[in-house]
Design a protein around this ligand. Sequence first.
Ligand code: ARG
Length: 295
Amino acid sequence: MPLTVPPTAPAVAPAPAVAPATVERPSRTATRRRLLMCRPRHYDVTYSINPWMDPEKSTDTALAVLQWERLRGLYRELGHVVEEIDPVDGQPDMVFAANGATVVDGKVYGARFRHAQRTAEGPAYLKWFESRGCRELLWPEYINEGEGDILTVGRRLLAGTGFRTDPRSHAEAQEFFGLPVTGLTLVDPEFYHLDTALAVLSDEEVMYYPAAFSEGSRAVLRTLFPDAILATAEDAAVFGLNAFSDGRHVLLPEAATGLKAQLSARGFEPIGVDLSELLKAGGSVKCCTLELRGL
Ligand code: ARG
């Protein structure tokens, strides 16, 4: 219908329509990921290398396997590809595949563990990549515990130190990947790996627990991610930051209720997971998951 000027045009423009009461949430897109996991067939807590591990407490390997299978099932339902590495007898922590390497652009930066109890895992993971036909592999000179401490955010790496990973590995990783690495210092032994204190949500967003970091590192995080979701002590204590995001779905320990609400408010779809058995070793969702970028 052609627009006609009303005979008595109002002197002032009508007030704009009132904005809807709901805050607009960004729409989120999931991208399909390739993941490596390790069945906790030999899982147990037989030594203590972090404050969560108490060898006196009993563990239930069958339940650990069941909880782990549920996590694997969720990944597959969401459309992700899960590959598996055979667990090695005598390596009860090998389920924490995130520690096995760092993989970006198809390049594999091997892991070298801090504690003797886990050193055999480094070569076991690297061998898996070799047998899978990966060409660009680096056996590291310096101690680094894979994606436990080296997280990829877009085209940048965040690398933790303080408890496990040697800060000299940060330069080694930067040289190998050709990507800028930002070092972050962890100060609370309960959050001994970067992936227990910070989770990557998208190419430019993270969530983290400020108290787990040194003052300088907190300032760095504020500069890089001024709008980051900040976790409360309660959510951090249930390992809520040990989360995996595909850009839309965020899998995290179900007890992290505050984080779930904050994620929903930002348009993410939080999915609670129960990995209570693995928490006895100081691990959860992200620890069980190594992302194979570019493979
Ligand atoms: N018990 C293992 C350790 O202390 C847990 C590793 C958890 N993995 C992780 N990516 N945060 O080494």
